[in-house]
Design a protein around this ligand. Structure first.
Ligand code: KMT
Ligand code: NI
Length: 181
């Protein structure tokens, strides 16, 4: 895991720019964000080389279900590009989102207190917990490959609610903002 302030202005690999899509570049401002600031946002990180650690977290938080998803052109075929664009739409969920990376890498961007993006790079064995109500988005990196375990408290219900006037007044959003202060 590495977290840093997202640099909106970055054009870091001009040769890949149009072919790969801007969202998959690093956008690293060089200003790091530490785990304690993530915790302030309600974002929790765990390094889990052993699956037993994931099982313990799942048990502790009353998670009953899980699945595995591979996001890559090989696994998804021609819907891959559309999926990646969809994941990158800023949204929230009314439930916690837990992701455990099994292989490959990707970025979760989360909104800071000042509504700036913090980019969190996750690789194999990284586990992240995003609280309900936080605005976020996801993208693969330039390698276009991530395999992740998704954990669900009950049914796979993590409908993305795209940011807008309705999400700003959503009860889960309000609760999240209250928990952050
Ligand atoms: C999400 O929440 O955007 C996803 O599940 C993306 C794939 S899991 C790394
Ligand atoms: Ni999400």
């Amino acid at each position: 895991m590495k977290a840093y302030w997202f640099d909106n202005r970055e054009i870091d690999h001009p040769t890949h720019f149009s072919a790969q899509g801007d969202q998959r570049l690093t956008h690293d401002s060089g200003r790091e964000v530490d785990a304690s600031y993530l915790a302030k946002l309600g974002v929790l990180y765990h390094h889990c080389p052993e699956l037993s650690a994931v099982d313990a977290i799942a048990k502790d938080r009353h998670y009953k279900n899980r699945d595995e998803i591979t996001v890559s052109p090989q696994a998804m075929g021609n819907v891959y590009e559309d999926k990646v664009k969809m994941f990158f739409h800023e949204h929230l969920h009314e439930d916690e989102e837990i992701r455990y990376i099994r292989d490959g890498a990707g970025y979760f961007d989360v909104r800071s207190e000042g509504d700036d993006w913090v980019r969190i790079r996750l690789e194999k064995d990284d586990l992240i917990i995003l609280p309900a109500g936080i605005y976020h988005r996801f993208t693969t990196d330039e390698n276009n490959y991530i395999k992740a375990m998704r954990l669900f408290q009950d049914e796979p219900k993590w409908t993305p609610l795209n940011r807008g006037s309705e999400t700003d007044t959503n009860q889960h959003r309000k609760s999240y903002l209250q928990s952050r202060t």
